[in-house]
Design a protein around this ligand. Sequence first.
Ligand code: NCD
Length: 344
Amino acid sequence: MKAFLDTYTPPKMNGDFVGKPIVTVEQFTRCDLDQIFATTERIKAGVRRGEQWIHNLCANKIMATLFFEASTRTDLSFQAAMSRLGGRWIGASNGISFSSLYKGESIADTVRAVGCYADAIILRHPAEGASYQAAYYLDMLADKIGHKAVLVSGGDGIGEHPTQALLDLFTIEDAKGGLDNLQIALVGDLKFGRTVHSLAKLIAIYGGENITLTFVSPESLAMPTKVLTFLDGHGINYRQTDNLLDVLSKSDIIYWTRVQEERFENPAEYQAIRNNFIMTPDLLEQAKPDMCLLHPLPRKHEMGTEADQDILDRDPRTCYFHQMENGMFVRMALLAKALGVISL
Ligand code: NCD
């Protein structure tokens, strides 16, 4: 599937999202991001006020979820997003493990089957490039039957997680009003964590004056070179370190991540670094009073014990509940835009 990363070029949005797949943040420009965030704000305010027009937007649309990996937030927030837009969603009713894929069907065929029934497909798959492959085959299907289902990645192996990065950036923008003069630290598993790959690139695309991006990880879990090359191409300042204490007290945004245990081929390698960065109330004490702590979730021991987490959760600096809620609103905006039912 990785081959599709080279052979399928996803279309740039350039202000027009209709019918286009969403597989990488590289498809967006700063203008696109401004548009998505403005639509998200409008939808968020409308939902809060109970405005009916929102519920009419996707009245005749169907979204399908195809999740070949575990998910709580991405899957359910997309379902909630489509429901709140007045549309419906479908998924394999016995669970994906009873779909024909397990009779040996290819992902290309599964996706095209679903593409015949739905207007949007949310795909999460463990193999990097699967979302590119799916988008490629949906284009092919559209040529054949004249109906184009929009493919949205809900996480592409260890590659990218574009909609997560959009909700992360929306939450940062909401908290800080932009990225100018911010010191942003991404901490933890930067090698296998797809959310940080997308977020680092999206920060570079969004841009701003005097942004400092610091990648904090053990050397063995450093940010992949292809992400760094992208950042170089966008002229954004970054540095890499394994010294958390050095950045903790200076950062305005700290994006904490889980070590992606399931991606390690050798369990001993996971054991060796699993306890490298653990957030605790004591550590949080050292952060700025207006720092914003983000986490894509789910969290495990990297956010301390349950008792620690309870303390962290009550701290006004922790923003992961905002992230979760914003996720639904951002995904509403993306679905409405991709399906061409909103002009905001
Ligand atoms: C993330 C993912 O699936 O990449 N979860 C999410 O979508 N919020 C992060 C993770 O699993 O650690």
